[in-house]
Design a protein around this ligand. Structure first.
Ligand code: TYD
Ligand code: MG
Length: 455
């Protein structure tokens, strides 16, 4: 009798153990271990990819030619930017995001646009007809994009071998299964094994492979850390599903920076690239509303102006509500505490709601000043002039701290015709007012900003 080999996997972090344990020693979660059948010992399980039979020999690093990394222009400026200048051949890219955010749409759009490149789009989630309907919706026709509805990697690699595609897309990695492993599709061991097969394939044939992956409830990629280690780049789609805007971020990139950001808008005909992000702000602006101010922020190397909106009202029940979308609530609480304690604004008994326009999540600390100003503006019910913007971080003692990359922020605000920008007075080294037509107003503390704005 042959023995069936099983292992226990943590469904949260992918750690494995030979026997069941209650608490994962790697991620600390309780009761996450599940037994998965790795292999029925039948002796005929083989990896589906043929590797080169040449044995590797060591080379002196000084003798290795670096060559130029070969990048495929995806014809999608935002994606190229996030990938660091195009898709590197032979790389394995993981695209993550919540269901319905637009992963399949983005990748199909790219596959259709790359005319003349033989692309294999493997779909395990939708039927060929469903993909066709989506392609019609996007309104792009291609004569070199093949759709394959198949989930077994052995058969997929057979087809790949006959077809020799120049790029492979897998939608999604969670639906695939390989014969080498017995457990069901979507389990940790299956995801890992399938991803490993594609990794090997990408490296051996120098074909780029894009894997689409789902995200778990808490926002991490399913089958999370283990996939992150295996792929060359992890890019993630973010945004409120009900808002039109989508942000594409690189979380890991072996061939580029991770601070870059791509912005898309979901339209009736697929994802539209947002080339000028400040348009998010400049659309639908109402005149003279209190609680709205403009932040000059930076994501990656790209400056953009964005609206912060606050609503402050008296709390109707005992404990006031503090809620924010697109901004860290803890940071909002901290800013409110600073306003209360250091600057004497009475907000303790007020509900405060904060929203970043366009459903975008912002990490840049320079947005603090604008957040504080919109809170104060709503509290006083005095509107802020639409031609003023802000860039400054707020410290725990109420001081306005300097921010990095001030010049591009000034240039962007200038370009959009704003008239004044409030910045930290510690930020002015090397900045010449005469280089900009926007008036630069240096401030040291939150109260100063308040005095200058509301008199
Ligand atoms: P989808 O790409 O299937 O999301 P994912 O693969 O991440 O699960 O589709 C996302 C949503 O976008 C879906 O609700 C339908 C909508 N959509 C549009 O609004 N316009 C379009 O042109 C397309 C193709 C989809
Ligand atoms: Mg999909």
């Amino acid at each position: 009798m042959s023995k069936t080999k099983t292992t226990f996997f943590c469904q949260n972090c992918g750690a494995q153990a030979p026997k069941w344990i209650g608490r994962c020693p790697s991620c600390g979660e309780w009761n996450t271990y599940v037994e998965e059948v790795l292999q029925k010992d039948t002796g005929k399980n083989r990896s589906p990819i043929k590797s080169d039979s040449k044995a590797a020999v060591p080379h002196l690093i000084s003798e290795i030619e670096a060559g130029k990394e070969n990048r495929i222009n995806t014809l999608n400026g935002e994606l190229n930017r996030v990938l660091g200048g195009g898709l590197v051949t032979g790389s394995l890219v993981l695209l993550g995001g919540e269901p319905g955010i637009g992963k399949s749409t983005l990748i199909l759009q790219i596959a259709l646009k790359l005319q003349g490149k033989k692309i294999l789009y493997v779909t395990g989630e939708e039927s060929e007809q469903q993909i066709k309907i989506r392609a019609q919706r996007i309104g792009e026709a291609s004569d070199s994009c093949y759709i394959l509805a198949e989930t077994n990697t052995q058969r997929i690699f057979q087809i790949i071998e006959n077809m020799q595609p120049q790029m492979v897309v897998v939608d999604s990695i969670q639906t695939l299964h390989t014969d080498v492993i017995e457990s069901s599709a979507g389990s940790i061991s299956q995801i890992r094994e399938c991803a490993a097969e594609f990794q090997k394939y990408a490296k051996i044939t120098n074909t780029p492979v894009i894997l689409i992956g789902h995200i778990t409830k808490d926002g991490s990629l399913a089958g999370p850390k283990l996939l992150e280690h295996m792929v060359d780049a992890v890019i993630q789609f973010e945004g409120e599903r009900n808002h039109g805007y989508r942000i594409l971020r690189a979380i890991k990139n072996r061939f580029g920076s991770t601070s870059e950001l791509g912005i898309y808008e979901m339209s009736g005909t697929g994802l539209r690239e947002v080339i000028n992000p400040s348009e998010i702000l400049l659309s639908n602006r109402e005149k003279n509303l209190s609680g709205i101010s403009i932040a000059a922020m930076i994501e990656g190397v790209r400056p953009m102006l964005i609206e912060t909106q606050a609503l402050v009202s008296s709390a109707s029940y005992g404990t006031p509500i503090r809620s924010s979308t697109g901004f860290d609530t803890r940071r909002l609480n901290m800013l409110l505490a600073v306003l209360e304690k250091r600057s004497g604004f009475r907000l303790g008994a007020k509900d405060v709601f904060l929203n970043i326009a366009g459903g975008i999540r912002v990490d840049d600390p320079a947005i603090d000043l604008s957040v504080v100003v919109s809170v104060l503006s709503s509290n006083e019910d005095i509107a802020i002039d639409q031609n003023i913007c802000f860039a400054g971080e707020i410290g725990l003692s109420g001081e306005v701290r300097s921010v990095n990359k001030l010049e591009p922020r000034l240039a962007e605000a200038d370009k959009l015709g704003l008239e004044k920008i409030f910045v930290s007075k510690y930020n002015l080294k090397g900045i010449q007012q005469k280089d900009y037509s926007i008036e630069i107003i240096p401030v040291g503390r939150v109260e100063e900003v308040f005095a200058k704005l509301f008199g």
